[in-house]
Design a protein around this ligand. Structure first.
Ligand SMILES: Nc1ncnc2c1ncn2[C@@H]1O[C@H](COP(=O)(O)OP(=O)(O)OP(=O)(O)O)[C@@H](O)[C@H]1O
Ligand SMILES: [Mg+2]
Length: 261
């Protein structure tokens, strides 16, 4: 709640730059501001100071097309299975595409594609009651619901948290397939090794700020480039492609955003 004693500054100076086709990882301690930062990627939150440009759209533009940005940038929340709300898996995955006003056939085709992409057989799972799925299957069903919107950029908040090693491997394999097909990925994780293996670049967020950025090798071996030094994340912003997404000096009080004020 902005301007009240309850106001919380969840992030204070985050600089992130994602180029089309990249896999970018975001690491940081619990409470460091990762989830708050990435909710800017599809304009669930907008910066109160600083600048954020996502898929070429300025989040502070008064005429920002929210529907368009949410079609182009898919966000999979932390513990997304908590948001499965339809009785049947197929209906849950279909929820987004139905809202887009597509034909029945197109919705069905998208649901089938999205489910098969995450390894849930359409015929086998479409009529399953959502609450009967295993944890890993729920996570994949939730991911399918976002994929059915066919976004260009997929932002995943702790996608493998709480899964056993086999479910984790499976899910990461499906996510990497998406990248092979041309999707840009932004992945938040506590699991540094998991991110180091797959990411082109990593950002380390600390206490609401971009603390380090660089390739996994730079971040792990040399401690990366300090965000306020030469070669810093903010310098990187100016070299982005028009299709890229960036945030520079974004500040966001969490509570204010949560109340939608
Ligand atoms: N709606 C809110 N109301 C009050 N405080 C909030 C709100 N949202 C976030 N915060 C605070 O902002 C800070 C950053 O939270 P955020 O959820 O972005 O962290 P995180 O890095 O994603 O943590 P985790 O790794 O535990 O998911 C935390 O101190 C959190 O308590
Ligand atoms: Mg989080």
């Amino acid at each position: 709640m902005r301007g009240t004693p309850l106001e919380v500054q969840a992030i204070s100076d985050i600089t992130l730059d994602v180029q089309r086709g990249e896999i970018v990882g975001i690491i940081g301690h619990t409470g460091s501001g990762k989830s708050t930062a990435i909710q800017h990627f599809n304009a669930l939150l907008r910066p109160h100071a600083g600048k954020a440009v996502v898929v070429g759209m300025d989040l502070n533009a008064p005429d920002l097309d929210l529907r368009m940005i949410r079609r182009r940038v898919g966000l999979v929340f932390q513990l997304p299975e908590a948001q499965l709300f339809e009785q049947f898996v197929g209906d849950d995955v279909a929820y987004g595409p139905r809202k887009l006003g597509l034909s029945r056939e197109e919705v069905r085709a998208r649901v089938r594609r999205a489910m098969e992409t995450v390894g849930l057989s359409f015929e086998e799972f479409k009529d399953r009651l959502t609450f009967t799925l295993s944890g890993g299957e729920m996570r994949r069903a939730a991911l399918a619901g976002v994929l059915a919107l066919e976004p260009e950029v997929l932002v995943l908040d702790e996608p493998t948290a709480g899964l056993d090693p086999e479910a984790r491997r499976q899910l990461m394999r499906h996510i990497l397939t998406l990248h092979d097909e041309g999707m840009t990925l932004v992945i938040v994780s506590h699991n540094m090794e998991e991110l180091a293996e797959i990411c082109d670049r990593l950002y380390v967020i600390n206490d609401g700020r971009t603390y380090l950025m660089g390739t996994p090798g730079e971040v792990f071996n040399r401690g990366g480039a300090p965000s306020d030094g030469v070669g810093c994340a903010r310098c990187h912003v100016d070299r982005r492609t028009p299709q890229g997404s960036r945030m520079a000096g974004a500040r966001h009080p969490g509570l204010h955003a949560a109340t939608g004020n």
